[in-house]
Design a binder for this molecule. Sequence first.
Ligand SMILES: [Cu+2]
Length: 264
Amino acid sequence: MSLKTMLTAMKGHFLPWHRLFTSYYEKILREECGYHGAQPYWDWTLDIPASKFVQSPIFDTTYGFGGNGLLVPVNTSNNEVPGRTGGGCVQDGPLVNMTVHLGPASSLARNDQCLRRDLAPDYAATYLSKDKLDTVMAQADYEWFARTMEGGPAWDDSQVHAGGHFGVGGTFGQMGDPFASPADPIFFLHHANLDRVWWSWQARDLGNRLRDISGPMVLQDWDNAQGGNVTLDFPLSLGYNGWDAKISDVMDIGDLCYSYDELY
Ligand SMILES: [Cu+2]
């Protein structure tokens, strides 16, 4: 599955869309599942370098989400996530018997399967480091901030966003699937932290950055080959999952009734 497939999946730029999505998920957890906690975030910078990655508390079998799948060998290195170490069903922790109903990719047909992980520590370390984050936070406008967070569709143009997806999902895990990735609860911790990075960046200059938005309507279409740039009026839709909104509705996390305990 290439990241290119994601190009048409979400319109309205990935940071605003995922802010709405993650916020809605938290709301549903409270209202339909009786959850009383907050949506946690995963500060991956604490789990880099690569030698620490697999030992992250996020993968703890008791307090975290369990760890890797068994190694699934492949015959070709074509389009493989570099340094992948697993690929099979999650072996331990609270999700060991979890059934994923959808995927792979965008099919809406029911397809029961296990939750798979394919941890790629070296890949993760390349894109989730403190150094990488410093580069992101130093960008002067939203366009370049988002670009250094998201990167492009090619492997050699990957950035922070891809680091969490493919660092956990590798080649075979749901986290590496542009459509099925929310099946792994780590998805929401990854996106909560991407959102925390965005809010941290906004908070350094709220006067300007509560309204600073740009970037392509079609994901990663940085040259605007398939559409123009988004504006504050651009619609965000979660489809049949819930809320419709505009980008202006999600620029201030106070409007969505949450905050972060710590900012970068
Ligand atoms: Cu993502």
